[in-house]
Each structure stands twice: as structure tokens, then as C-alpha cells.
Design a protein around this ligand. Structure first.
Ligand code: MRU
Length: 361
């Protein structure tokens, strides 16, 4: 993605690996500060996923693959058995970071399959690093293709609602929900994006708004409960969201609040699209009930981060001290509310069980 910092324009990927070091944009600080952090081993990389320096389904998948590559490069080389045990331990650590986005599990498992097939430590190191890079390249290419296919669904003059951040920051570049929007904008279509703020971590207000601003795309940030108002006034013509895990029947886990936007879209006769790559489909999950939903700490609801008028980062409390809070990070949108999936293989329409299997089975 193209980023303007202090008058200069530079291209960045969300995450990349150089030698043994994983580099990433620290998403906790955006939009107020742009910083790159470096993670020196799989433990630091796992911690960056857990503390959400990196977040978004594709980005955490690629980061986890890099974590396995770091483990392979740092593992003891004395015996193949010890090497494999060390990498398997790293896989456990990485898989325990966040439970919902299936990209992370697919990425780690792909690296483990390569590990299993290796006959020497040298071969293991080399092939795992290559596999991690391949996962990164595929992520980028899938996001680009999603943009090309999705662009066809957007007309000149459309108002588009999106929820959370399924942009370049949630992958390596382009994004999923934001990729068709970028392509439509680059094709000269006049569009306006309605950005749900996406409480409690405000990925919409902080990250999606920042990305759209970088690319000069017309947008407005709205509070999470304003979408129905704008839909009913005819200002929104379509909804595009991302996904963290899609079951084989099309039920889709995405950021908390997605479900209610889908119901509202149906009520208002507005198409509701989910943009996601093959890596986000979980064909072992038969329906949304099989998808694990992450529950996060109550402090994320009780406190908010921002900057004061001097630009200093501050955290302030917004609830009474003794009010408990609940904080599910995702919800499941039943397949019946989803007009189509925008994927790197094209647009998938119902019936989903058959058509998802045809595309990815
Ligand atoms: O908790 P996050 O920020 O990692 O959640 C992931 C998301 O940003 C969204 O659910 C997004 O819409 C899908 S990720 C491509």
C-alpha cells in the first residue's frame, strides 16, 4: 500500500520477513502514528498476533507462517527429530494466539505438512521458508483478484457500507472488502464509503478511514448504529465486508456487528457481499455453530484509546467503574443474508453448500 509519511510517499506491505526478522506496521498506533516494529523470533511474533500489533485474517495468517519460518531457522540442527519437535512447539504457540480467523490455522498447517515431508533439517528449513513466502504471495494475489472481480459489482455513484477493516492492513496489500473499492476508485467511478467505526477497537474509524484517506477515496466515518438510518434514506447501495471464517454452508464469522448489518441490508433490499480468499473458507465447519468465537477482555469496552489535542495518546474510561462488560470479537451472519462471496476464483452465488464445494472443495 502507498503510504504518505511526512511529505514522502512509500510502498509498504503490512508484514514482511527479512533474514530472520519479521517486520510489520504496528496497527495499535494507527492512525496517529506510523511505526514499523521488528520481531526477532517466533515468540515475539506470536505475541504481536496476540496483542494485535497485527490483526485481520490474512495478515495474521501470513504472520503465523513467518513465525513458523523463524522457528525453522532457529531450531536445533542436531537431529531431524529435535528440529521437528521444536517447530511443532512453535506451531502450538502460534495457534494459541487467536481462535477465530481460520487463515492462521490453514497457514500453520500448510507449513507443518511441509515439515512432515522433510527428510533433513536443511531441507526442512529451506522448504518451510519457501512455503511461508508462497503463502504471502498467494495472499497478495488473491486480494488483487478479489478487487478485479468485485469492481464489477460497483456502479458509478454508489454508496458502499463496510464494517471493521478488511483492507490492506488486514492482508498484505489491497485487502478484501476494500480491494473492489480501490479498483472502482482507480477506474474513475465516483463512490462514497460509509465506514462503521466498529467498536470496541475501532478498526473502521482508525484503520479503514486511514487507508481510504491514503488513497484519496471519498468516505465518511459513522457510528455503528447509524447504518440503518443511511440505508433507509437510500444513501447506501451495497454492503461489502470481509470474513474471518466461512463455514461450508456459507455462514460467515466476521467482526462483531456484521450480523446486524446483514439483517438491515436484507430489510432494505440492499445486496450484502462478503469478500474473502480461499484461505478464509473452513470446509470442515458445517455451519456457523462450528466456528469458535473469540471473547476478549472487558477493558476494551470500558476504555477507549485516542489522542488529545496535543496529539498525545491517552486511554480514557467511558463506563462507571463497577459496570462489567462483555466483549465478543465476532458474530456469525447466517448464509441466507449473504448475496454472494467475492473470491479470487470469482463471485460465488447460492446455493452455497454446492458452489463453495465446487470452488474450493
Ligand atoms: O479482530 P480483528 O481486527 O483481527 O478482526 C478481523 C477483522 O478485521 C474483521 O473481522 C474483518 O472484517 C475480516 S479480516 C479480513
Amino acid at each position: 500500500m502507498r503510504v504518505r509519511i511526512k511529505g514522502e510517499t512509500k510502498d509498504f506491505k503490512t508484514v514482511w520477513m527479512e533474514e530472520r526478522i519479521v517486520h510489520m506496521i504496528d496497527q495499535r498506533l494507527l492512525p496517529h502514528r506510523f511505526e514499523i516494529i521488528q520481531l526477532h523470533d517466533q515468540r515475539e511474533t506470536a505475541e504481536a498476533i496476540r496483542n494485535m500489533a497485527v490483526r485481520g485474517a490474512g495478515a495474521i495468517g501470513v504472520t503465523a507462517a513467518y513465525g513458523i519460518a523463524q522457528a525453522a531457522l532457529q531450531a536445533p540442527t542436531g537431529s531431524l527429530e529435535a528440529f521437528k519437535a521444536y517447530v511443532n512447539e512453535a506451531a502450538k504457540l502460534l495457534k494459541a494466539t487467536r481462535p477465530t480467523a481460520v487463515n492462521l490455522f490453514h497457514a500453520v498447517d500448510r507449513c507443518l505438512r511441509v515439515l512432515e515431508a522433510c527428510e533433513t533439517v536443511e531441507e526442512g528449513r529451506e522448504r518451510i521458508v519457501r512455503e511461508a513466502e508462497r503463502i504471502a504471495e498467494e495472499d497478495l494475489e488473491a486480494s488483487r483478484k478479489i478487487g478485479e472481480y468485485g469492481n464489477a459489482l460497483i456502479r458509478d455513484g454508489d454508496g458502499i457500507l463496510t464494517h471493521c477493516n478488511a483492507g490492506a492492513l488486514a492482508f498484505l496489500d489491497y485487502g478484501t472488502a476494500l480491494s473492489p473499492i480501490r479498483f472502482a476508485h482507480r477506474a474513475g467511478k465516483r463512490i462514497r464509503v460509509f465506514v462503521d467505526e466498529t467498536r470496541p477497537r475501532c478498526q473502521g474509524a482508525r484503520l479503514t478511514a486511514w487507508e481510504l484517506l491514503q488513497e484519496g477515496i471519498d468516505h465518511v466515518v459513522i457510528v455503528d448504529n447509524a447504518a440503518g438510518y443511511y440505508m433507509s434514506r437510500g444513501e447506501i447501495q451495497l454492503v461489502i465486508v470481509g470474513a474471518d471464517r466461512i463455514a461450508s454452508n456459507g455462514d460467515t464469522a466476521n467482526k462483531i456487528g456484521t450480523y446486524e448489518k446483514a439483517v438491515l441490508a436484507k430489510e432494505n433490499g440492499i445486496p450484502f457481499y462478503v469478500a474473502a480468499p480461499a484461505m478464509t473458507f473452513d470446509l470442515k465447519a458445517r455451519s456457523g455453530g462450528d466456528i469458535p468465537i473469540e471473547e476478549r477482555g472487558e477493558e476494551e469496552v470500558q476504555w477507549v484509546w485516542g489522542v488529545d489535542e496535543k496529539g498525545e495518546r491517552r486511554r480514557v474510561r467511558i463506563t462507571p467503574e463497577n459496570s462489567p462488560a462483555r466483549n465478543p470479537a465476532f458474530d456469525v451472519t447466517p448464509a441466507k443474508y449473504i448475496t454472494a462471496f467475492i473470491t479470487e476464483k470469482g463471485i460465488i452465488y447460492p446455493p452455497y453448500p454446492e458452489n463453495i464445494k465446487k470452488a474450493f472443495g
